[in-house]
Design a protein around this ligand. Structure first.
Ligand SMILES: Nc1ncnc2c1ncn2[C@@H]1O[C@H](COP(=O)(O)OP(=O)(O)OP(=O)(O)O)[C@@H](O)[C@H]1O
Length: 589
């Protein structure tokens, strides 16, 4: 069974088949129970005919065999449905759970570029929609599609015992009605698909706004957001109404066909009875079975139409979620064993997907244990360089090596283990502080977590929190200050103990006192490791071994801070600008 879900991107039915194949016995039981139950419920009509015939056959007729047959069918009809229901209540739920987990695993394997282009809410909403759609389709198939199909064949079989021609006519009519309904359901797929798209868009908009409530409020944009949302909801309502009106048209056409068919069948049975070619029981059977067949095609039509809608939702979700991973491990990938962590960029060319070229023929060598600061104007490529060093995006050309190992040929896990990254905007999960710090090394003991927290100067504020390390930090860490969040990120890096450290201006949110407090901790953390630090405040880089000044993706200066200060270059201008800004601030204060 392929583990790569991409195979199923345009094959929703195959994906459902895969889920069924994982639990064949339980699914088999459900089908058998449903088939048995439907057979019994048709059999009930036949039992009634036998009873009517034995009761109208005169006092000599023995009604008890017919009675027993009828009771047997009634018991089977009721109990087999429930047996199927019990099994389904666990197996269908598991199928849904498996699918959710599989889709989540696939989603989290995508590279950052994938997430940059899509709304998080729309993605998570699609996982829920896809697993619900599969659940609904399994349920509908078991209770609403399979039964009417079997009922139709069973009823036609019983009808054949009364009149072969009549059975053939009913079979032909039922076949035609079903074919027409199937065709109609398939033809409506684009309408249902449009509704699925519009519904997913509404989900995405909701999550985007709720996740950015502070921004929305700060800019007094609540009214604007309401109007934008109303627009998305109006689109969804229009698409849904179109889809439902189409379904109603199909159902109405079906209802008219059923009325005409029933009238004709009944009249035919009465004529046969008057001609002495059918018993009263036969007329009853024709009435009940004919109606059963025609209403079975109605149930089937309704179910098929619903299934078509769920199918459209599933297909739409799979198309979005199951695109191939952009950054999968190379087939010959091997574990990277970083020792001193020398980092080398060889003739690197890179552009963001759909974006302009950021690097072209870029080369750089960072010696093991060297502390390198990245400086330069905004948009120069500092964050991009840090992202490429972590293999967040594929290169257009060239190689990036750690200790001589091309990172494109390193296993993802070994690469992540070699690098500790402290981002500018510290991401925290809505879990406890303990869990957030331990993210750096899941097997760390409580004592090690505490040691890392103290080393990053987090001890003081954590001890003042009512629940200490067990405090839940809130969505993205909203319950902590920016500086506290950054110190947690540094604690994480302490715990990870990787040979290569990448900081994206980790101290930008710290006030002077906090920065001083943490400087010593960072010194300890950096000792003996290769460090790349993106710094917008150049003062942070004073004690670094080497400064790289990036401008428009080019390395315009490279050297020790003192050397660069001695030159009349961009670095010196940036330092002077910073000093001027600080002086202006101080005189304004
Ligand atoms: N996800 C992205 N998709 C497309 N283009 C991007 C993306 N991220 C950055 N860029 C572009 O790449 C170029 C380099 O950006 P980068 O963020 O690396 O600069 P930077 O030097 O870190 O800037 P800053 O100092 O403002 O953080 C910029 O032109 C930017 O617009």
């Amino acid at each position: 069974m392929p583990t790569d879900l991409c195979h199923y991107r345009d094959r929703p039915l195959a994906l459902i088949g895969r889920s069924i194949a994982r639990r064949p016995v339980a699914h088999g039981f459900i089908v058998v129970a449903v088939l048995g139950a439907v057979f019994c419920s048709i059999g009930v009509q036949y039992g009634v005919k036998r009873l009517v015939d034995s009761l109208t056959g005169g006092p000599a007729g023995d009604p008890w065999p017919a009675y027993l047959l009828l009771v047997g069918f009634i018991a089977g009809d009721n109990l087999l449905w429930r047996a199927g229901g019990w099994i389904a209540s666990s197996v269908f739920v598991r199928v849904t759970g498996d699918l959710r987990s599989d889709l989540f695993r696939h989603l989290t394997g995508h590279a950052p570029a994938y997430f940059a282009d899509r709304l998080p809410g729309a993605l998570t909403g699609r996982i829920t929609a896809a697993s619900n759609a599969v659940y609904q389709m399994e349920t509908m198939f078991a209770w609403n599609v399979l039964p009417p199909c079997v009922a139709t064949f069973g009823a036609i079989g019983f009808l054949a015992s009364v009149n072969g021609t009549m059975a053939a006519c009913v079979a032909a009519a039922a076949g035609l009605v079903m074919a027409a309904m199937l065709y109609g359901s398939a033809a409506g797929a684009p309408l249902h698909g449009a509704f699925a798209d519009a519904a997913a868009k509404v989900d995405g908009e909701m999550v985007d706004v709720v996740g950015n409530m502070q921004l929305v409020r700060t800019f007094g944009a609540i009214g604007r957001e309401h109007r934008r949302f109303d627009g998305a909801v109006a689109d969804e309502m229009r698409a849904r109404s179109r889809s439902l009106r189409y379904l109603e048209t199909l159902r109405t056409a079906h209802a008219l066909t059923v009325v005409a068919g029933t009238l004709a069948l009944l009249a035919w049975a009465i004529l046969l009875w008057r001609a002495g070619r059918a018993s009263p029981g036969d007329v009853v059977l024709v009435c009940t079975l004919g109606l059963a067949v025609l209403s079975a095609t109605r149930d089937l039509a309704v179910a098929l139409v619903d299934v078509a809608q769920h199918f459209a939702r599933l297909a739409e979700a799979l198309r979005l979620l199951l695109s191939p991973h952009e950054m999968r491990d190379h087939p010959q990938a091997s574990a990277l064993v970083a020792r001193g962590a020398r980092m080398t960029f060889e003739n690197v060319a890179f552009a963001y997907p759909g974006g302009a070229q950021v690097f072209e023929g870029f080369s750089l060598d960072i010696a093991p244990g060297q502390r390198v600061g990245l400086a330069g104007p905004s948009g120069g490529g500092k964050s991009t360089l840090a992202a490429l060093a972590q293999r967040m995006y594929p290169l257009r050309q060239g190689r990036i090596l750690i200790d001589g190992h091309d990172i494109a040929h390193a296993t993802e896990d070994s690469l992540r283990a070699a690098i500790a990254f402290v981002p500018q905007d510290t991401a925290l999960l809505n879990r406890t502080l303990m869990e957030n710090i331990r993210y750096g090394r899941p097997d760390a003991s409580d004592e090690e977590v505490w040691a890392a927290a103290r080393a990053a100067r987090c001890g003081g504020f954590i001890e003042r929190l009512p629940a200490g390390l067990d405090t839940i930090v809130g969505d993205r860490g909203v319950k902590l200050s920016g500086g506290q969040r950054q110190r947690i990120a540094i604690a994480r890096a302490f715990l990870k103990n990787a040979p290569l450290l990448i900081f994206d201006e980790a101290t930008s949110a710290l006030d002077g006192a906090s920065e001083e407090a943490i400087r010593g901790a960072m010194e300890t953390l950096m000792a003996g490791r290769t460090v790349i630090m993106i710094a917008h405040r150049i003062a942070t880089l004073r004690a670094f071994d080497r400064i790289l000044v990036l401008q428009s993706g080019r390395l315009v200066e490279d050297g020790a801070p003192d050397q660069l200060m001695a030159r009349d270059g961009l670095y010196r201008r940036l330092v002077r600008d910073e000093i001027d800004r600080l002086n202006e601030k101080q005189s304004a204060a």
